[in-house]
Write a protein that binds this ligand. Sequence first.
Ligand code: ZN
Length: 461
Amino acid sequence: MDVHVAAVGAAAGALRLQRSDVAVAWGARGGRGSVAVTAADEDALTLAWDAATRALAVTGLSPSSVDGLWWGTTSPPFADGPSHAYLAAALGLPEYAGGALLTGSPHAGMDALLGAWDAVAAGSARTALVVASEAPSPGLGSAHERAAGAGAAALLLTVRPGPAKLMHRRTQARPVLDRYRGSAERDVRDLYDARLAREQILAPQIGAIIDAMEACGDVTTWSLADLDGRTAAALAAQRDAPDAAAGVVALVGETGTAGPLLGALGALGTVGTVAPIAYGGGRATGVSIVVREPVPGAGAIGDALAGGRMVTYPEALRARGVLTASGDPVPMGVPPTSAAFVRGNGELLAFLGARCIDCGVISTPPSLHPTCINCGGAKLEPVPLARTGTVHTFVVNQAMPPPFVAPLPIAIVDLDDGARVKVQVVGDGSDLAVGCQVRMVLRRYALERGAPVYGFKAEVA
Ligand SMILES: [Zn+2]
C-alpha cells in the first residue's frame, strides 16, 4: 500500500550557544555560527512534543485519530521506563495507540520512519506519527560538543492520498565504531582519528546510499547525515548533490538522529524528490519522498528553528545539567513513584480538567476536585483544557533552593475555556504582565530521583 506524508513540524532547543564560545573554553579557536541547546526544562521528549504538536496542528487532525507513535531518539528521558507512554499521553493520542520507541544510535530517527512506513503499508495503522528528536549530551571538549544541536522533526504518515509519497529505501550496514556512548556512560565519545572516521566510514557508507538512491530515479534535494560536520559538505560538492540539511545545521547545529529528517522537511514544500540519508551505529539508510504539492507545515520549518536566547558556555552547561550548584537540594515532597503521581500524572501530561455535566464549569486539577467547584455536582467528565489563555496574576520567585533555578515565575492563568490554572512560566518572567496572552507548552518541571516530571507551562504568546 502507498504511504503518504500529510504534514510536518519541527522544533529546536530554546537556547543558542556560539560555537566559538565552546572552542575558546577548550583553548581552541574558530567555529562559526551557533547551535541550539535545550533549556533546563527541555529534553528530547518536550522537543518531540513541540514538533509533533505543530505537525498535528497544521492538518487540523485530532490526535485521537492517530493510530501509533514511532519515536526515534538517542536521549530518551528514561533509559528504562515509560518514555513512549508519557509522550503519547502528552500529545493526546488514544490509549490504544501503538508504535515504538527507537534508540541506540543516530540512526534511530530513520528507524522510526521505516517502522511507521511499514505499519501504514501493512494496514495496521491508518495514521502514524513519526518523531525524531535529539537533546545531545556530547563529551566535554569534544569536537562533537562544538557541532551538536538540540532539535526535533515530525512527520504525519497516512494511507490517504496526500501531497507527498514515500517511494524507495536502501540500507547498508557495516560493524564499525563511529561515535559512541558506552553502557552507563553519560556522554558521547568522538573517534580520536577524525580523518579515519570520515574517509573510511562516513563518506563511503553515505556515498554508497547516494549511488543506490540515484539508481532509483532523479533526486532534486538531499538531506545528508553529518556526524562530523565535514562529510556532508564534501559529499554534496563531490556528487553535485544539493544538501538541504546544511541550512538547518547552520541554524541549530548537527541534530543527530533528528538531522536528516529535519533537513528534509523544508524541502517538502517544493515539488520534486527529496532524499534524506541517515547514518549512525554503522548503518546508513536513504529514503526518497516524491513531492507533488507543498506538504502542510513545510513552509513553517524555518520559523520553528529560528530565534532562541543566546547564552554563554557556562549557562549552557548548567542547562544541560553538567554544571550543578552545590548546596542542599530540596527533594520533592511528593516523589514521582508515589500514589499522587500514579493517579494524577495522566491529567498533568494530557493537561486535562474536569467538566461538570450539570453546569459546564471546569475544575482543575481533576484529581484534587471530586466535585464541581461551582455547583458541587459530582458528575464530572475529563476534558482537554484550552491551550491558550490570559494571565490573571503572577509572581516571580527570586530565591529558589537547588534543584530549582531562580528567577522562577508562577502565574494564575485564565484559560480560554473558563478554567483557571496555576502554572510555572517559561523564561525569567521579564516579559510577563497581568492580562497578557499566553499559550500552554509541555516542559520538564523537575528531574527527581532519575525520573523526569512533566507538566504544562505558560509561555507569553
Ligand atoms: Zn457544576
